[in-house]
Design a protein around this ligand. Structure first.
Ligand SMILES: Cc1cc2nc3c(=O)[nH]c(=O)nc-3n(C[C@H](O)[C@H](O)[C@H](O)COP(=O)(O)OP(=O)(O)OC[C@H]3O[C@@H](n4cnc5c(N)ncnc54)[C@H](O)[C@@H]3O)c2cc1C
Length: 456
């Protein structure tokens, strides 16, 4: 590739903080708030115009159950619970689907018990929580590069409407989802295979309830050919029951690359138009549909991940292995979407659901013994912890997992906890004037619990 040399220049240091968080999805925001509430001076840098990442700007608005698979034992609290409580106080801020009654209800957490967020109300709540905690927010600001001195990470270079500048910090949290800072400081980057879980565009349409079996219509071979893949997964906006958040499964390609991401965004919008056309041509109420919003960013399920001190394995999840340094709990199944648009859910009770592109499901067993079956699984601090870099932590979907474990850990109720763990761990290291590797897991767990997290 042809190159040019960028001239060296001095840039201003706009802020000196204890901890800087890069990426303002819920994961990053929760990291920043937990550290700031403990007394650290914290800044957060977000490329978009609002916090919340995929949960808000991508319209991905479902948080799954905070309980184990019995629906009786709460295993997640912290800022996830706090956000749910805040949204409950706002009319139509959230819609809650309660778990089914009865003792022998098989756990299918994705469908049964969950929280449907009003993404726009959540943007406002996230702003308020950041300001209440005293975190310095930088919106419309992109992390561009690390600044090192004597091999040590000292600052990050950012770019925004005021130009290029730096934030100096003692500790750094990479919540960019694509692991930008970790990769830039030399952490090993990996992909599970050549096909990542597909990125998906969200759209909101008014008039959805007037249509006849809309998802079925989109799943015919002819519709799939027109829109270039699978579409479906609809969810009503809380309080606006004829307005549907509606999704088009898109690219099993690496959206951490600029050209792929550009193509993905534009092609997904074209496909949304095509879906509208299908309804307009085929449904008696199709012409009443109105496209009221497109997500401001395509939802990305998977790109690259960062090699940390421990890689969480599929069996750690499915057999509920215990870790002394556990910092997050969850009961969500291993949920993998393939390039052929087949979804595979592996549940902790040994059941497996295989969904076809046409939306049909078959149930099989992936486990043929009689158990005992775990009712939740856990993540260790070490899967957020770089082996060498002494003042960096990773949260969000770039954490270290194999493919099957990623299928479970990637959900937001889990990743939110990785953010909280990073915020508290960075504070612990700061407080002890030490490295993130030397953080005592027992002290970390104790401090997380004192701040509202459940530690089992
Ligand atoms: C279509 C779809 C459906 C899904 N369904 C569900 C579901 O039902 N329930 C569930 O729990 N999970 C679901 N997931 C998974 C879940 O949404 C994601 O795994 C999770 O939101 C990732 O969180 P994150 O914090 O790692 O990333 P994000 O939420 O994407 O946050 C990363 C943030 O970093 C910012 N950023 C990136 N680079 C930079 C930079 N250089 N400078 C500054 N900022 C930067 C981004 O703008 C973004 O705001 C789904 C995902 C998709 C795509």
């Amino acid at each position: 590739m042809d190159t040019i040399r960028e001239p060296a220049r001095n840039i201003p240091v706009v802020q000196d903080v204890d901890i800087v968080v890069l990426g303002g999805g819920c994961t990053g925001v929760f990291a920043a708030i937990r550290a700031a509430r403990l007394g650290a001076k914290v800044a957060i840098v977000e490329a978009a115009n609002a916090f919340g990442g995929t949960a808000t700007n991508g319209f991905v608005c479902i948080w799954h159950t905070l309980t184990d698979t019995t629906f009786k034992k709460q295993i997640i609290a912290g800022l996830t619970q706090e956000m749910i409580d805040r949204l409950r106080r706002i009319p139509n801020g959230i819609r809650i689907h309660m778990p089914p009654e009865g003792d022998n209800v098989p756990y299918r957490g994705a469908n049964y018990h969950n929280y449907h967020l009003n993404t726009e109300e959540m943007k406002i709540e996230l702003d308020q929580m950041i300001l209440e905690a005293g975190v310095t927010p930088y919106l419309h600001t992109r992390y561009a590069a690390p600044y090192m001195e004597d091999g040590k990470l000292k600052a990050v270079i950012i770019e925004n409407r005021s130009g290029r500048s730096a934030i100096r910090a003692k500790y750094f949290i990479d919540a960019t989802a694509d692991g930008y800072l970790g990769a830039d400081v030399g952490m090993e980057v990996y992909y599970h295979d050549t096909c990542v879980l597909p990125a998906t565009m969200g759209a909101r349409v008014w008039g959805w309830n007037n249509l006849t079996e809309p998802n079925k219509r989109l799943r015919t071979p002819e519709s799939q050919k027109r829109i270039g893949g699978r579409a479906g997964w609809d969810d009503m906006v809380p309080g606006a029951d004829n307005v549907c958040s509606w999704f088009k499964s898109q690219f099993p390609e690496d959206c951490s690359k600029a050209d792929v991401l550009t193509r993905g965004e534009m092609d997904a919008r074209r496909a949304i138009r095509e879906m509208m056309n299908i309804f307009r041509e085929q449904d008696p109420h199709g012409n009443e549909l109105s496209l009221v919003a497109l997500a401001s960013m395509i939802g990305i399920r998977e790109t690259r991940q960062l090699k940390c001190t421990y890689q969480v394995k599929t069996d750690d999840i499915l057999y509920g292995h215990e870790f002394e340094d556990a910092i997050a709990y969850c009961s969500y199944p291993s949920d993998i979407h393939t390039a052929q648009h087949i979804s595979i859910f592996r549940y902790l009770d040994g059941g497996e659901r295989r969904g076809s592109p046409q939306g049909e499901s078959i149930y099989v067993r992936w486990r043929d013994d009689d158990g005992p079956y775990p009712t939740y699984w856990q993540l260790p601090y070490r899967c957020l912890l770089p082996e060498k870099v002494e003042n960096l932590l990773i949260c969000g979907r770039a954490i270290d997992t194999d493919k099957g474990a990623f299928g479970a850990a990637r959900v937001m109720i889990c990743l939110n906890q990785t953010g909280e763990a990073c915020g508290v761990a960075a504070y612990e290291a700061l407080n002890n004037n030490s490295t993130v590797q030397k953080v005592d897991p027992a002290a970390l767990r104790q401090r997380m619990q004192a701040g509202g997290s459940i530690m089992l």
